[in-house]
Write a protein that binds this ligand. Sequence first.
Ligand code: HEC
Ligand code: HEC
Ligand code: HEC
Ligand code: HEC
Ligand code: HEC
Length: 231
Amino acid sequence: MTIIFPQWTNKVPAALAAGLLLGGVAVVFVVWYWFSPRHTDVGYAPSQPVLYSHKQHAGLFGIDCRYCHWNVEEHAHAGVPPTETCMGCHQHVLPESTLLPVLREKWQTGDPVPWIKVHMLPDYAYFHHGVHVKAGIGCASCHGRIDQMEVVRQAEPLNMGWCLECHRAPENHLRPYDQVTNMEYVPNPEEGRLIRALGPMNSAELAAARGKPLPVNPAIQPPTHCSACHR
Ligand code: HEC
Ligand code: HEC
Ligand code: HEC
Ligand code: HEC
Ligand code: HEC
């Protein structure tokens, strides 16, 4: 009898099934990963365990971003404030508020409030807040009008193309560094070109810099080589 199907083909259906299953898992993973809110991101606005409002605190009351995100000028991560920062006021302001039981409970136990992270880069991409803020990139350039948000929502894609667009033409976004947390300030490319050429400066220095001769090589040169962001 001629052998049409050699012995090994017995395993084909199982292998096929396993292959399909793995392929299926891979497709599901890719779809889940790329299309989950964490990844396509713009507009991602998870509801938080405490109804804390930036619109109220940063907008209406005008509390500076750095009062709560004090790491942002020096460190890679801006960080979210500990319960103590809130209780500095809320031991006295609205101590009976029905919106604050989680905060009071965490204050008593000493555990952190389980805030849900909104912005998140993959581990293989390196980002440092301090470098950007010191150079004169405002929070609003990357996070939008946080002072108008009841619930924080991701305003920009934070993908590689977005990073590179600014790295290639930072003059469109640079502002005097004393204005980095001013949400109403609109960066202007003419000022941006001066800052880019001469280096980070405050508003007074910027006013004095007008009309100065500019060096050939700009002082601010954001990197575009792969290893700057993939270390
Ligand atoms: C009174 C304290 C306080 C002030 C002032 C404040 N924030 Fe926040 N911020 C928080 C807390 C708490 C969270 C975490 C809960 C949330 O996402 O709403 C947060 C979250 C954020 C996030 C999202 C973090 C993430 O998970 O990705 C951004 C961006 C942010 N703040 C930017 C700003 C900016 C810009 C300002 C100034 C205009 C500012 N914050 C002022 C307390 C503050
Ligand atoms: C500088 C003082 C100050 C700080 C710091 C502060 N708050 Fe407030 N918060 C206020 C004031 C003032 C109000 C509004 C009081 C009113 O409506 O009469 C308020 C209102 C609130 C409300 C609304 C409560 C209600 O019943 O309407 C919540 C929720 C809240 N804050 C959460 C937080 C959280 C969480 C933090 C820390 C990340 C924080 N606050 C930090 C001053 C502060
Ligand atoms: C050049 C763009 C850029 C600027 C400018 C910027 N951020 Fe961010 N921010 C990001 C990115 C990207 C992330 C996500 C970082 C990650 O996942 O590692 C982030 C995350 C955050 C977070 C979440 C906690 C953390 O550190 O991961 C907070 C809070 C925050 N930013 C606040 C601020 C504040 C306040 C300012 C202004 C003083 C600011 N950011 C300026 C891009 C920026
Ligand atoms: C709105 C403009 C802007 C955006 C958006 C932006 N950057 Fe930058 N980046 C800058 C500027 C300006 C510098 C500072 C260059 C200097 O000081 O010469 C910089 C510097 C850097 C550096 C060099 C840090 C060092 O240690 O020298 C890295 C890494 C970097 N950015 C990563 C990122 C990543 C990752 C993203 C996207 C998630 C991003 N940047 C988005 C403007 C931007
Ligand atoms: C200014 C910072 C920056 C530079 C420079 C940069 N990348 Fe990226 N890259 C990122 C960020 C941020 C992500 C994450 C994107 C996301 O979450 O969607 C990324 C993602 C990637 C990915 C994953 C696929 C994707 O598109 O999301 C690859 C592959 C990659 N980068 C390769 C490179 C190569 C090759 C270079 C040099 C030619 C380079 N990168 C330069 C910031 C950078």
